[in-house]
Design a binder for this molecule. Structure first.
Ligand code: BES
Ligand code: ZN
Length: 598
């Protein structure tokens, strides 16, 4: 009789087949060869685990082709269970009750969602191919057989063979001294969850920025990147001043080709970043502050499951804004916080105040990607800001330093955090808990009434400027020193209140259709779609073709797809651009085009 399908985790993580109470992974030895022709990684993963005297080991896999599993010379029996959407196939391996390590020989599939293989044409330099991984949330299993749960941590060593002339980077310390044969070695001595496994291979240059910081990019981009991230070392020092020692040794940033679907990804020791933040004036470096902040909230103390995602992202946004405030001043902090507030308001409306607007999520049976909304980020931020305002910065910072220190290299769920918060902070400050009402924030919908109010003079002025233009057609004259956030706010304030002709007037004055700041350009293009401002359509098409960052392209496609005049155009552009996009982006955008199962 066929064995019953394994249960999706007995533990609380419903997105992993691992059964950590039986056997838990502790270390990985990875040996992979990168084959650009076959678009395939092939090699061996040696899994080390602590065995609680069980005779089976459960791992997560998705689309992996398993060649054999061995202990020494002996082959082990295994079952690759039926594939479940998003989760992949549980790999059940028969082991002895004393087995504590085994080798898995395997290869990845050509369409593994974590891997993006770029042809030379799809890179800035056009001369060499490029590969990068994106493992969060549950895509590590598409390139490594492992226990792919944020509650399980392991150390790793890796040997990566790449075509000569290319560089391999991983979320680990490099041990390579001579790479002339294309062999790169890495070691990560601090235990990390699988979603922080990362690899990038391409023609790459490096520039040091400080003693612990630097930037990698394609040679064509390195110069711009170096200038943009000038303040990196200062950011790292500022972060350490607020929350304690940086735990990971080096902090580098890798600027990826434009198809990277996210803004940034906090891979330990090396943040992966989109080139769309290279504005030329350091105006978008808050993204790097965000990824750096994850070195504490996320990488050091990790959400136990994807339902606790706000513990990663809410803390990180809070911390990002603190770093920005420290370096660039209070005005910048207020503008960032207000943009968060606006994003949150529009997300709440579009989510209809459903249960998905609770901080604690219930993603059972769904792709954890669905938790990637403004709730975790911005509602999370305002909850933490409220605690800060209620108890005072001094007590709150002291609490946070201890929180990170006591939970370092551990995973924490929402309930554990709330209990720790009560015991170590709120219980010691009479009345604070009644003022904050944490349950309302964490287990209730929408935005509670006690949400901190932020006022920004700069935004009030930008709004006034927008109103002047709407009401009597006078364009602002004092925009010389405007920061990009002021432009964003100005454009948002025009939403629904001006037409294509008026957009033309502003464009003639400020060249917004050609803005070099992608946040500004994005807002402007959204407005252009709303108003059928055809003058910007060329830029719109170019933007959709050049950029692969989901945060920008998905809302634009959605707006166009919902507009009967633009639906066909959107479909045409998408069809052309889709081969350049990452799985993460196409899996979202495909849904907007019912009959284009490309
Ligand atoms: N860790 C996230 C990206 C992520 C989350 C990838 C969940 C996959 C699943 C990263 O830190 C992030 O939040 N990136 C943001 C930028 C940030 C400044 C808000 C992004 O990519 O837009
Ligand atoms: Zn983040």
């Amino acid at each position: 009789m066929e064995k019953p399908e394994p249960k999706v985790a007995k533990s609380e993580d419903h997105h992993s087949f691992a059964q950590p109470e039986q056997a838990i992974m502790t270390h990985l030895d990875l040996e992979l060869e990168v084959d650009f022709e076959q678009k395939q990684l092939k090699g061996k993963a040696k899994i080390h685990f602590k065995n609680n005297k069980y005779d089976q080991l459960f791992l997560d896999t998705r689309g992996l082709e398993i060649e054999k599993i061995t202990v020494g010379d002996r082959e082990l029996k295994y079952t690759l269970h039926n594939e479940i959407e998003y989760l992949g196939s549980a790999l059940e391996i028969e082991i002895d009750t004393f087995t504590e390590a085994l080798n898995i020989f395997y290869r990845t599939s050509a369409d593994a969602p974590a891997l993006q293989w770029l042809s030379p044409q799809q890179t800035a330099g056009k001369s060499a191919p490029f590969l990068f991984t994106q493992s969060q949330a549950i895509l590590a299993r598409t390139w490594i057989p492992c226990q792919d749960s944020p509650g399980i941590r392991f150390t790793y060593n890796a040997k990566i063979k790449v075509p000569k002339g290319l560089t391999a980077l991983m979320s680990a310390e490099s041990l390579t001294t001579d790479s002339s044969d294309g062999l790169f070695e890495f070691k990560m001595e601090q235990p990390i969850p699988a979603y922080l496994m990362a690899l990038a291979v391409g023609k790459l240059s490096f520039e040091a920025l400080g003693s612990r910081t630097g930037v990698y990019a394609e040679p064509a981009t390195i110069h711009k990147a170096k200038k943009e991230f000038e303040d990196l070392e200062e950011m790292l020092e500022t972060a350490e001043k607020i929350y304690g020692e940086y735990a990971w040794g080096r902090y580098d940033v890798l600027v990826l080709p434009p198809s990277f679907p996210f803004g940034g990804m906090e891979n330990p020791r090396i943040t992966f970043a989109t080139p769309t933040i290279l504005a030329g004036d350091k105006s978008l470096v808050s993204l790097v502050a965000h990824e750096l902040a994850h070195s504490w909230s996320g990488n050091l103390v990790t959400n136990a499951t994807w339902n606790d995602f706000w513990l990663n992202e809410g803390f990180t946004v809070y911390f990002e804004y603190r770093i920005m405030e420290e370096i660039y001043g209070e005005d910048v902090f207020k503008m960032l916080a207000l943009i968060s507030y606006q994003d949150l308001q529009s997300e709440l409306e579009s989510m209809n105040f459903s249960e998905d607007t609770h901080l604690k999520l219930n993603l059972t049976g769904r792709d954890p990607d669905e938790g990637l909304t403004s709730i975790a980020y911005d509602k999370g931020f305002f909850f933490l800001k409220l605690i800060e305002e209620t108890v005072g910065k001094k007590s709150w910072d002291k609490f946070l330093i201890n929180y990170f220190d006591e939970h370092k290299f551990k995973s924490v769920n929402t309930e554990e955090f709330l209990a720790y918060l009560d015991k170590n902070l709120l219980d010691t400050i009479p009345g604070s808990k009644d003022q904050i009402i944490p349950e309302k924030w964490v287990y209730g919908p929408g935005l509670p009434d006690n949400c901190p109010q932020i006022v920004s003079e700069k935004f009030e002025k930008a709004e006034q400027a927008a109103n002047n233009f709407i009401e009597n057609g006078t364009a602002p004259t004092n925009t010389k020193g405007w920061m990009y956030q002021e432009w964003v706010h100005f454009i948002r304030s025009l939403n629904g209140k001006i037409d294509a002709k008026q957009m033309g007037q502003l464009d003639a004055l400020f060249g917004l259709s050609n803005s070099g700041n992608n946040e500004v350009l994005f807002e402007w293009l959204m407005l252009a779609v709303d108003n059928h401002y055809t003058t910007a359509y060329g830029q719109l098409e170019k933007f959709l073709k050049d950029v692969g960052r989901r945060k920008f392209i998905a809302p634009l496609y959605k707006k166009m797809a919902d507009d009967e005049n633009l639906n066909k155009t959107a479909e045409r552009i998408y069809k052309n651009a889709r081969p350049n996009y990452h799985y993460v982006a196409t899996s979202t955008i495909d849904q907007y085009f019912s009959n284009s199962n490309q």
